[in-house]
Design a protein around this ligand. Structure first.
Ligand SMILES: [Zn+2]
Length: 287
């Protein structure tokens, strides 16, 4: 059978990683019944019965629905039905998952740069990255609540993942989305990470790698530094305590008091080789 891995070849219950990703994508990166992005891989026919890994025979179930299936409180027909039309794919957006942030202080680490603040009264915010008036990452400290917000765009300027006041949800059309323990990884393609972040609750978030994109501006995050591609700027080892805003690029109304402010950045940084070729062709054609 195609797409089958016999247990003798792997001699364990471990599902091969490429097959896991195919299953995640096919299931909309969530439990097929309820959409929750915290799930387990379930052999529809029962592992003990089949002892083989076939992608089409494996689905995603959250802890509750997995237990219900095992206890035969959830009929297998219902799971099969949901497996054909997974919740998140039907809805076009994932079921919101609530992150447990709280406290009167917060800290964000991005590529070895630290941003932190403490509650200074109504509507205190910490905005480590903002582009053209859109806070890509933001903590709001309000009435004893700590609310994480994230707007993640792809290179077509489409919002693909959002955390709105601690509620995480995404469009299930990405190549891969994985929430494993505290780590969230979104991949645009094999070996192309859009974001890798760690939710260190109750009051800290770490962005390890990623690309913050908005309106032609690109901010790259690596394990050791942040690069603002449009300005060839590189940041590392900065500790910014009690700040309201960190990297602020483009116009903001009202102005945001960023530690690193870049109002004017070029948006024309596509394929430079193609631009050079185009200039050369124009010159040679005498236009
Ligand atoms: Zn579920």
């Amino acid at each position: 059978m195609a797409n089958e891995v016999k247990v003798s070849e792997i001699s364990s219950r471990h599902i091969p990683l490429p097959m896991q990703r195919e299953i995640r994508k096919r299931c909309g990166f969530g439990c097929v019944i309820c959409g929750l992005p915290l799930y387990e891989y379930d052999h529809l026919l029962g592992w003990a019965n089949v002892k083989r890994h076939v992608g089409e025979e494996i689905t995603l179930l959250c802890n509750q629905h997995h237990r219900e299936k095992t206890a035969e409180l959830l009929p297998i027909e219902k799971v099969r039905e949901a497996n054909k039309t997974p919740f998140n794919l039907r809805e076009g957006v994932s079921k919101p998952y609530v992150l447990h942030y709280s406290g009167a202080e917060c800290e964000v680490e991005i590529g070895k740069n630290l941003f932190s603040t403490r509650d200074g009264g109504h509507g205190t915010t910490l905005v480590p990255i903002s582009i053209d008036g859109t806070a890509l990452l933001r903590f709001v400290l309000e009435d004893g609540h700590l609310l994480l917000n994230l707007n993640l765009f792809d290179e077509y300027n489409r919002l693909v993942l959002q955390i709105l006041d601690n509620q995480l949800c995404y469009v299930p059309s990405q190549w891969d989305i994985q929430l494993t323990a505290r780590n969230l990884i979104v991949r645009e393609a094999a070996r192309r990470i859009l974001i890798e972040m760690v939710f260190e609750v109750p009051n800290r978030v770490v962005v390890r790698r990623g690309r913050f994109l908005r309106n032609g501006v690109e901010v790259l995050v690596g394990p050791e530094h942040v690069v603002i591609v449009n300005k060839s700027g590189r940041l590392t080892g900065n500790i910014m305590k009690n700040v309201r805003a960190g990297i602020v690029i483009g116009p903001h109304k009202p102005p945001l008091p960023g530690v690193i402010k870049m109002e004017n950045v070029s948006r024309y940084l596509g394929d430079r080789a193609a631009v050079k070729r185009w200039v050369k062709e124009c010159f040679e054609a005498g236009c």
